[in-house]
Write a protein that binds this ligand. Structure first.
Ligand SMILES: C[S@@+](CC[C@H](N)C(=O)[O-])C[C@H]1O[C@@H](n2cnc3c(N)ncnc32)[C@H](O)[C@@H]1O
Length: 280
């Protein structure tokens, strides 16, 4: 997008900005869709914008991370927090054995209904649930605070939970609550793979030098945001605070943070930083 267009769209309220950016991403995807007809299956970003890039490739790549880093196997029951338009549901549908179970939930009605339409008839052990939760970027009119949501799963029901590119849109107190809820619904020995933007002193200096893929600026409590008018558009949190939140929820973090490509040096092939929390 040109700089002027980016600036103009940044003045719009979040829902309009994301719709405009979704329409732009859809237009940009047309040549690829024409070259590779399998890409017509990809959901339109104008309906619910989960960000650019190759939708199916990113889903397959994240499935690989789940297998490699979170020990996912085909018989496991999965919770997909902020499932969006099914970037992870699509590869999981082929990977998980019938009856293994999958629960995806999201604050966006459009996203959940797109998932139900695309996947609902194919597997009755895949459930997509809309939660009427308030998020400044994705659902400003939500009725429930993020810090009050009871996840749609029973205690100890889930083997592996994931939240890809969701905590990067949440404040720390909300992340703390989501970690507590994830710990509640996981089986003992269960793992939670999530992504976030993590800050250290060196990384803050690198951001100031313009090395990051996103233009983060200082915000509250040591966090950084791309747009202070809509902090949930993209939030980076201090690594120490993220690690402490993980431990306070009852998890351990055996591999620490694995740094992604948004800010070099990069430790794995994904964009955001990767965390795999283990429930004892
Ligand atoms: C960048 S998209 C990523 C979607 C999906 N995880 C993926 O990787 O394709 C962020 C998603 O989180 C959802 N979301 C935002 N806040 C949420 C919250 N508090 N609880 C659940 N979902 C949330 C948004 O509606 C959106 O679908």
């Amino acid at each position: 997008m040109t700089t002027t267009l980016k600036w103009a769209t940044s003045l719009l309220p979040p829902v309009l900005r994301r719709t405009a950016s979704g329409a732009y991403l859809d237009l940009k995807s047309l040549p690829d869709r024409i070259r590779d007809p399998s890409r017509w299956r990809e959901p339109w970003q104008v309906v619910h914008n989960v960000g650019g890039g190759d939708f199916e490739k990113a889903g397959q790549q994240n499935l690989g991370f789940l297998i490699e880093h979170a020990g996912l196997t085909p018989a496991m029951c999965v919770l997909d927090i902020g499932c969006g338009t099914g970037r992870m549901a699509a590869p999981l549908l082929d990977y998980l054995e019938p009856g293994a179970g999958y629960v995806g939930f999201d604050v966006s009605r459009a996203a959940v209904s797109a998932c139900r339409k695309r996947f609902g008839a194919r597997r009755d052990d895949f459930r997509f649930i809309h939660v009427d939760v308030r998020n400044g970027e994705y659902r400003a009119a939500g009725a429930i605070e993020e810090t009050a949501l009871a996840f749609p799963a029973n205690d100890g029901e889930i083997d592996v939970a994931l939240a890809t590119s969701v905590f990067s849109h949440m404040r720390l107190e909300s992340i703390r609550h989501y970690l507590d809820e994830t710990c509640r619904v996981l089986k003992p020995g269960g793992r939670f793979m999530f992504t976030a933007f993590a800050l250290t002193a060196d990384r803050v200096a690198a951001i100031a030098e313009g090395q990051a893929a996103l233009a983060f600026q200082p915000w509250e409590g040591g966090a950084m945001v791309v747009d202070p008018r809509s902090p949930e558009r993209a939030i980076a949190h201090p690594l120490e605070a993220l690690e402490a939140a993980v431990r306070e929820a009852g998890f351990s973090l055996p591999a620490g943070a694995i740094f992604g490509g948004w800010l070099p040096p990069t430790q794995y092939a994904g964009g955001q930083d990767l965390f795999v929390a283990l429930k004892p």
